[in-house]
Structures are given as structure tokens and as C-alpha cells.
Ligand binder design. Structure first.
Ligand code: VG1
Ligand code: CO
Length: 544
């Protein structure tokens, strides 16, 4: 194999965020930008000579070009085999599954997830380790260190590889294996869920549904599983053709961005079940007939009903949620006597807990839910979980949720995002909050007394690694809570996220609108942070 060594100079902005390195496509198109980062990944790893590397992405603009570069660099670095999704496509959970199933050394996933795509929009890259999950901070920090001093990279001299023909080929001594991106994933789903039951529910009309793939990666997965295997009629999957720019939309499955689905689900003749997934297929939104399920409630309801799903029928070992996720799942864990962990935002923090079998299910408020079947959150899996649950319970979604609240109480929840705020202003807001933390405990704000006010730190119970500055949280004696964080996935300025929640035990008050029920918390949040005042905004950009 002819290997070229190319001299390069460092870029100073290659620090991976919550989920890999995300930048504008134009940033990635700068000379050696992608190459520097990829070489830095390889330089941070040891023992991969002759091993397999999984490669795939969500199909957004720049996916194909990037994959060709990575193939040649991985070959030059000494990987023995490259396992690639046909057309360079793999959903994030499917990539995780393939890493595990074929015992690959790791994988590189190309995606900026829910961020828009296209020549002027976002691209992203992240490294996943051998358990199939996102690299832990120890590795992402090492990658960043390498990017700051990189002086050269190595790349093989062979021609571009044909990504479209399934099969194995030898390219200058490296095996390149192109896989059907859907087959292994569909097989895994069939092992987890009761497909016969779901199929019958669809057939007899108990379960009618729409799935919005948002012109992103889950299109082919959902079409194959929901339409071909489970027999839902053609057209059940909306926007099922992946496009490089997601049709100009924002592939984020929430009511603000999945407009077509939301309109259908809030219409007079809505189906019984509606769902959507994001750019790379790891997020999910769950809806019923004229009803929206918050991701935090969804996680709690899934945990409470795990025994209805074949793969979890024997019980689950524990649950985990990211810190800003509502405490709804904690109530289920308490009742069922299960361990419950609170981790920083980002899926990489669940990996050790899943590997050690301390938890089986986990989730985040940001429309992410998953289990020990892979090491990423999994959008379609969550959708199939709900379909299996509905088929067993034979109840409308709204009733399943109301029953759950009746048993556990309702954690009324919402998140306000202020996007593309000037970074200096956003940092000023966080500093203002930080400065107040020592004085807040015991204080009364409106009718609420502050119980604690701190900045969240996490100590991983499996490997004892520490993560600091993971969000500012203010808890009240009545169980209400406000959390403030800066996003680690945005690419323009800073995004401020405010997470608000309030516990309501009284079933007569469960039917409230979240914004109204949380009005007092929203006001306290502004009083403490001055987000509107300092950013000059009158309202959040997105409310979920
Ligand atoms: C956001 C979410 C976080 C999620 C991350 C990756 O991060 O809040 O919960 O894990 O996106 O999701 P941040 O730092 O912007 O708040 V995905 O579907 O974009 O890979
Ligand atoms: Co995603």
C-alpha cells in the first residue's frame, strides 16, 4: 500500500462537545480540517492494528466525501478491515449495533444529528469505542490534545472505494466490507419485540400510526420494519427518503420541527400513535391521538412497563437519566426498588453503567431513550417499544399516560432554548447564576423555598472518573427544579437551555398545560438569570 505523509498545522477549535465535533460544513471543508481530526482520533487509540473499524453516517451533505478520506486514513493507520453501511449510511444506533455484533475495535459516525444539513449547514464526526458507545471523556480529551499539536497525517494512495455495492473487497491489502445498513438492525429489533403481536394490532386496526422520518436516516429503517415487516400500509412513514439537506428542515423530532406529523396528530381523525426520529436516528418523539408525551414521561412509562416487552420481561437491573431529565423515572425506580442513576448530559455517560449491568434502560429529556441492546440512544427502538406496549395494553396513548400519572404523580416539565446567543452574553448569564449559588439555599422565591443550589458534578460509580461543571441546578423543597446549561452541540454562538419542572401529586390537576403550570418557575428562572433581559429576546426560540 502506498502511504503518503502530509504535513499539517493545528486548528484550535477541534474540541469535541456533548456528542462529537460539530461545525459548519464550510469549516470542515478547510484544508486538512477533517484529516487533522481523524488522525488525532487514531493517534489517541492503541492496539487497533489489523482490527475492524465501522464507518457510516446520516447521509447529510459531505458524508460521502468524508467517508472516502476516512477509509484511506484508516487503511494508512493500519486497520485491517473497514465495515461500512451501503452508500456510506448508518443510523447511529445501527452503527453501535454493528460495532458490537462484528466485534469491531470501534467506529466513526458522521453526523450532526438534529442540526440542519446542507452546504451551508452542519456536519459532525464522532468516535465510538468497542462497546458501541460514544468515546468516554478520557478519549475525547486525548483526541483534543492531539489536535492542538498535530504536525502530519497519513493517507493511503488508492482510488475512491465504491460505497454502493454490498459485499467484501480487498483494497490494497485492506478488507472493505459494504453492508446493508438496515438488515442487522431489523434482526435485532425482531429479537427484542413481539413483532407478531404488533403486526396483528396493526392488521386489526387497534394500532394506526404515522412515523415521520424527517427526510433523515430512519427513512429506510422505518419503511422496512414498520411497513414491510409489520405490515403498516404504504405511506405510514412520512418523509421517508433521506436527503442531504433533510429537505431544508431541521431534523429534530419535536413539535416545533416535526410540523407535518404534529398537524396530523392534532387533527380530528388522528391515528392512535405518532412518532418521529432525528437526523441520525437516535432520538424519538412519541405522540398519541391529540396528545404529546414528554420524553421524560416516556422514559418513566417505559420503565414501569418493561415487563410487557419480551427482551425485558424478566425485569430490568436499574435505570438512569441525565441530570436535567425530569424525576419521573426516579419515582418508578423507587416503587420498584431499582437503582436509579443521575448522569451528566450526553449518552457517553451511560456506557459504563450499561456495561456493568447496573442499568437496563436510560434516557434524556432531549428525546433520547435507550437500553442495553446497543450503546447509543435509539429512536426507532423507542417507537417499537411504544408500539409493543400499546399492543399489549390496548389503550390509547393519552390513557396510558394518565394512568401512569395517577399512580406516580405528574412531573410537569418543559425546556426553553435560547439559540445563537452571543457567547460573551451567555457566559455572563452563567456567571451571574454561579455567583448567586452560595446564597440561594433557604431563600424564598415566590412561594418556593430553595433547598439546594449547585453546579452538577458526576463521579462515575464504575471507573470513578469525575466530570465537573455539568449544569447549574436549583431545587426547591416542594420538589420543583430549574436547571441551566449551555449546549455542547450548537455551531453558532451559544445556546442556553433552561429546564423547568414541578411535581403535581393531585390527579385533578394533571390535565394542565405545562407552560401555564410552570409560569412561576419560568418567572423565577428569568429573575435569577436575566436571560431575556441580557440577550434582548422576548421569548425562547424553541419550547419542548
Ligand atoms: C443535546 C442534548 C443531549 C444529547 C445531545 C446529543 O446536547 O441536550 O441530551 O445527548 O444533544 O444528541 P446539548 O449539549 O446541545 O444540550 V444528538 O441526537 O444531537 O446526538
Ligand atoms: Co441524534
Amino acid at each position: 500500500m502506498q502511504i503518503k505523509t502530509i504535513t499539517t498545522t493545528p486548528y484550535d477549535d477541534q474540541k469535541p462537545g456533548t456528542s462529537g465535533l460539530r461545525k459548519k460544513v464550510t469549516v470542515f471543508q478547510q484544508a486538512n480540517y477533517l484529516e487533522n481530526f481523524v488522525q488525532s482520533i487514531f493517534d489517541s487509540l492503541e492496539g487497533f492494528q489489523g482490527q475492524s473499524l465501522v464507518l457510516g453516517g446520516d447521509g447529510r451533505y459531505f458524508n460521502r466525501q468524508a467517508i472516502q478520506v476516512i477509509i484511506k486514513m484508516a487503511a494508512a493507520a493500519g486497520f485491517g478491515e473497514l465495515i461500512i453501511g451501503q452508500g456510506g449510511l448508518l443510523s447511529t444506533p445501527a452503527a453501535s449495533n454493528i460495532i458490537r455484533k462484528y466485534t469491531a475495535f470501534g467506529g466513526i459516525i458522521l453526523s450532526a444529528s438534529h442540526n440542519p444539513g446542507g452546504p451551508k449547514e452542519d456536519f459532525g464526526i464522532k468516535y465510538n469505542v468497542g462497546n458501541g458507545g460514544p468515546a468516554p471523556e478520557k478519549i475525547t480529551n486525548a483526541i483534543f490534545d492531539h489536535t492542538t499539536s498535530i504536525a502530519e497525517y497519513k493517507i493511503a494512495g488508492f482510488k475512491d472505494v465504491d460505497l454502493d455495492a454490498v459485499g467484501s473487497m480487498d483494497v490494497d491489502g485492506v478488507t472493505v466490507r459494504i453492508l446493508d445498513p438496515v438488515a442487522d438492525y431489523a434482526e435485532l429489533m425482531a429479537e427484542i419485540f413481539d413483532f407478531e403481536l404488533i403486526k396483528n394490532s396493526i392488521k386489526n386496526g387497534d394500532l394506526s400510526l404515522r412515523f415521520d422520518a424527517m427526510h433523515a436516516i430512519t427513512g429506510p429503517y422505518a419503511k422496512h420494519i414498520i411497513e414491510d415487516i409489520l405490515g403498516a400500509e404504504e405511506g405510514t412513514v412520512l418523509n421517508g427518503v433521506p436527503l442531504e439537506d433533510f429537505g431544508g428542515g431541521h431534523p429534530d423530532p419535536n413539535m416545533a420541527h416535526a410540523k407535518e406529523l404534529t398537524k396530523i396528530m392534532f387533527s380530528q381523525d388522528a391515528p392512535t400513535f405518532g412518532a418521529a426520529s432525528d437526523g441520525d436516528g437516535d432520538r424519538n418523539m412519541i405522540m398519541g391521538d391529540n396528545f404529546f408525551v414528554t420524553p421524560s414521561d416516556s422514559l418513566a412509562i417505559m420503565a414501569a412497563n418493561a415487563k410487557l416487552i419480551p427482551a425485558y420481561a424478566k425485569g430490568i437491573s436499574g435505570v438512569a437519566r441525565s441530570m436535567p431529565t425530569s424525576q419521573a423515572v426516579d419515582r418508578v425506580a423507587q416503587k420498584e426498588n431499582l437503582p436509579c442513576y443521575e448522569t451528566p448530559t450526553g449518552w457517553k455517560f451511560f456506557g459504563n453503567l450499561l456495561d456493568a449491568d447496573r442499568i437496563t434502560l436510560c434516557g434524556e429529556e432531549s428525546f433520547g431513550t435507550g437500553s442495553n441492546h446497543v450503546r447509543e440512544k435509539d429512536g426507532l427502538w423507542a417507537v417499537l417499544y411504544w408500539m409493543n406496549m400499546i399492543a399489549r395494553k390496548r389503550q390509547p396513548v393519552a390513557e396510558i399516560v394518565a394512568d401512569h400519572w395517577q399512580t406516580y404523580g405528574r412531573d410537569i416539565y418543559c425546556r426553553h432554548d435560547y439559540e445563537a446567543v452571543d457567547s460573551a452574553i451567555a457566559n455572563g448569564i452563567m456567571d451571574l447564576l454561579r455567583g448567586q449559588l452560595p446564597t440561594l439555599a433557604g431563600k424564598s422565591l415566590a412561594d418556593n423555598t430553595v433547598k439546594y443550589a449547585d453546579e452538577f458534578s458526576y463521579s462515575d460509580p464504575v471507573d470513578n472518573s469525575e466530570s465537573h461543571n455539568q449544569g447549574i441546578r436549583i431545587g426547591f423543597t416542594n420538589g420543583s427544579r430549574i436547571v441551566f446549561r449551555l449546549s455542547g452541540t450548537g455551531t453558532v454562538g451559544a445556546t442556553i437551555r433552561i429546564y423547568l419542572e414541578k411535581f403535581e401529586a393531585d390527579a385533578d390537576k394533571h390535565d394542565q398545560d405545562a407552560q401555564q403550570a410552570l409560569a412561576e418557575m419560568i418567572e423565577i428562572a428569568e429573575q435569577l438569570s436575566e436571560v431575556k433581559k441580557r440577550s434582548g429576546r422576548t421569548a425562547p426560540d424553541v419550547i419542548t
